[in-house]
Write a new protein. Sequence first.
Length: 489
Amino acid sequence: MDRRTFIHASLANLGALAFVARLPSEVFEIPGKTRPGLGGQMEGAPTGNEAPKEFNLVAERAQFEIPSRGVFEKWLYNGQLPGPEIRAREGERLRLTVRNNLPEGTTVHWHGIPLRNAMDGIPDVTQPPIPPGGAFTYEFDAAPSGSFLYHSHFGLQPDRGLIGPLIVEEKKPHVAYDREYTLAITDFLAGAPVPLGRAINAGGAKMGMLAPPYVALLINGRPPEAPAVFSVKSGERVRLRLINLSGATIYRVAIGGHRMTVTHTDGRPVEPFPVDSLHIAPGERYDVIVDANTSGAWPIAASPDNDLPAARAVLRYTDSNELKPREGTLPEGLTGGRLLQLGDLHGIDLPELRKPNRTFNLTLAGGAMKPGGMMAPAGPGGPGGMTGEMLTQEWTINGQAYPNAAPLEIHQGEAVRIRLVNESAMPHPMHLHGHFFRVGNVIKDTAIVWTHAGRVELDFVANNPGAWLFHCHNLYHMEGGMTRQVRYV
Ligand code: C2O
Ligand code: CU
């Protein structure tokens, strides 16, 4: 029996507890999940005949405290930010009951899982919104394995805090590891999200803004000055599941003193590829392996494409006396070294690429202001007595802004290609519901189309009938029109 097989979860947890007592109060140790080694693990009985694994999510108003910054009114799942981690084993049946205690409708989308259309959680497309006081039960198979996310798909609700990680453990990982952690990266609003734009009030004053006013970037709900701490032991191989649950922020992620070996993107396995940093956009996931062979306390940082300080966590060796990285140090990988390019990756068991039966050429554009509704009328409780026309940012695909946009119509069984070009001044992480696609030599469900006429080609097979969404995963671009339906006809 080797050491990996020997580690027992409860022993590891005892170790973690002991460390909590020694850490300064501003750091928060995350208990890791140890893996009792490949081969040493109990294979569950075939799940076909088993009862579904049940989860309950309550969408509710809740107070969320960021240490030393204050208490904020959020809308959360089960009072947590990020929402509770939903974890299943590959192939297990999941039954998730969502109760709506919010003052408006809601739905939940299980991002990346190619489930049947009726479970996809799109208001007025796949289901009526769950009304306040109501509930809805989603049921689907946790397959394939991978790191996923779930979030409200009702307007800008994800930026209230209605987001969380969804992990489907593989039966046989293609890369061995001793321990794993989930890193959920979020951008945090102090108040309620509003569409981006400007309003001119009667006095001619401009209101509104062109970027969401995030106040902090968090990893697992912790701000940079009081980061989550991930403990490792020298010699371990640690799997980090990086999940970008942000509304609008793209990050460059790196770890001080360590390279990251990319093993999965959007849950799908790739040939292990070592890098110093990688970009991760809203909706994307990267699983990486870190070889713990440089003792100390190291920063894990996610540097944003906005002006906020980087999101931070700590990789801490339990055999080191250092409790936290030196103040202010950022990983060298954020400014130098090897930055992952999508073309570096090669998927495992890639299906052969079929010649497309149907091709869509789509131009992403926008950012201009369009009249978009009215400010709330003046009156008691109104927003400062403002009235006036509201201008909102419009984002388009081939000049059309959803919902005033033609569906992309496809037939069952077709090989479909989508060719994207970005003519706008912002990057767009484009996400397809209900299907994985091939981009380059990997399988993903969300792919960034960079600025300066960035181009991306996505190929997928129409094998999951229904009405699905294809949209930018920047919430404000999605809501501003950069969305289409992909409809089987
Ligand atoms: Cu994660 Cu339509 O989104
Ligand atoms: Cu976008």
